[in-house]
Design a binder for this molecule. Structure first.
Ligand SMILES: *[C@@H]1O[C@H](CO)[C@@H](O)[C@H](O)[C@H]1NC(C)=O
Ligand SMILES: *[C@@H]1O[C@H](CO)[C@@H](O)[C@H](O)[C@H]1NC(C)=O
Ligand SMILES: *[C@@H]1O[C@H](CO)[C@@H](O)[C@H](O)[C@H]1NC(C)=O
Length: 239
C-alpha cells in the first residue's frame, strides 16, 4: 500500500545517531540539512528564513537568538552534548577557524529541501549541493591545518547528521493550492520521487560513515508552521 509505504518512510525513518556511542577520542560531527538542524548559517545570508529575533533562543544558555530555529538547544546540540563535544559552529561563522574546525561543522540552512526548487521563496539559502561543496572546502581547510592523512581519518571517524525533506512538502508541494509540484505529482508519486532524489544525494555525496537521517511526519512540521503564524511570522513556513 502506498499509504503504508509513506508512513513507514516519513514517520519511522529515524536512525538514532546516538547508537554510534561514545569513543575515547573526540569525534568530529558534521551536520547537513534544514532548519531543524541549522545552528545559525542563515544569519549570515540575505534570506527571510531566519531565527534572529525574539522569542528564538529564550531558553538558550545565553537567552539570545543564535539563528537556531528553537527556543533552546536543537538536535545537533543535544548530539554534541552526548558525544562530549562543543556544539558545532555554523560553517559561515567567522569563528570557525583553527582548532574549532576539528570539532566538525554545521552546514545546514533553514528552508532547503531535497529538491532544488524547494524554498526558492526564501531567496539566498544554502541548498544541499552547496552544503556538500562547502564540506569539500572544509576538508581543504582542515588539510592545511593538520595534513591530508589526519584530515582523512577525522572525516572517516566522524558522525554525520542529515535532516531533509519537510520543506519539500510544506514549502513546495503544499505551499499554495495547486502548486506546480502538486499538479505534477500525486502525493504517493511525489514521495517516491523525493526518495529517489534523496537516495542520489546520500549515495553520491555523503561520506560512507555512520549517517543519521531524521525525517518527520507532515503534521509535526505543519504544527510548527502554525507556531510561526501565531508569532506573526506569517510568511515563514519552514522546516
Ligand atoms: C540541483 O542543483 C545542482 C546544482 O546546481 C545540480 O547539480 C543538480 O543536478 C540539481 N538537481 C536536480 C534534480 O535538478
Ligand atoms: C550509487 O552510486 C554508485 C557509484 O556512483 C552507482 O554505481 C550506484 O548505482 C548508485 N546507487 C544508487 C541507488 O543510486
Ligand atoms: C501580531 O500582530 C498583531 C497585529 O499587528 C498584533 O496585535 C499582535 O500583538 C502581534 N502578536 C505578536 C505575538 O507579536
Amino acid at each position: 500500500m502506498h499509504t503504508n509505504t509513506m508512513l513507514a518512510f516519513w514517520v519511522a525513518l529515524v536512525l538514532l545517531v546516538a547508537c554510534a556511542g561514545r569513543q575515547a577520542e573526540a569525534r568530529a560531527f558534521f551536520v547537513f540539512g534544514d532548519s531543524l538542524v541549522d545552528n545559525g548559517n542563515n544569519d549570515y545570508l540575505v534570506t527571510t528564513a531566519r531565527a534572529d529575533s525574539y522569542p528564538y533562543g529564550i531558553d538558550y544558555p545565553t537567552h539570545i537568538p543564535t539563528g537556531r530555529f528553537s527556543n533552546g538547544l536543537n538536535i545537533p546540540d543535544l548530539i554534541s552534548e552526548s558525544i562530549g563535544s562543543e556544539p558545532t559552529l555554523p560553517y559561515l561563522s567567522p569563528h570557525l577557524t583553527g582548532q574549532n574546525l576539528l570539532v566538525g561543522a554545521n552546514f545546514a540552512s533553514a528552508g532547503i529541501g531535497i529538491l532544488n526548487d524547494t524554498g526558492i521563496q526564501f531567496l539566498n539559502i544554502i541548498r544541499i549541493t552547496k552544503q556538500l561543496e562547502y564540506f569539500e572546502q572544509y576538508q581543504t581547510r582542515v588539510s592545511a591545518l593538520i595534513g591530508p592523512d589526519q584530515t582523512q581519518s577525522l572525516v572517516n571517524g566522524a558522525l554525520v547528521l542529515i535532516t531533509l525533506g519537510g520543506n519539500d512538502f510544506v514549502n513546495n508541494y503544499y505551499l499554495v493550492p495547486y502548486s506546480a509540484r502538486s499538479r505534477q505529482y500525486s502525493l504517493p508519486d511525489y514521495v517516491v520521487y523525493l526518495i529517489s532524489e534523496y537516495r542520489k544525494i546520500l549515495n553520491e555525496s555523503i561520506p560512507d560513515k555512520k549517517v543519521g537521517s531524521t525525517s518527520r511526519s507532515i503534521p509535526s512540521c505543519v504544527s510548527k508552521s502554525m507556531n510561526f503564524f501565531t508569532q506573526n511570522h506569517s510568511n515563514s513556513f519552514m522546516c
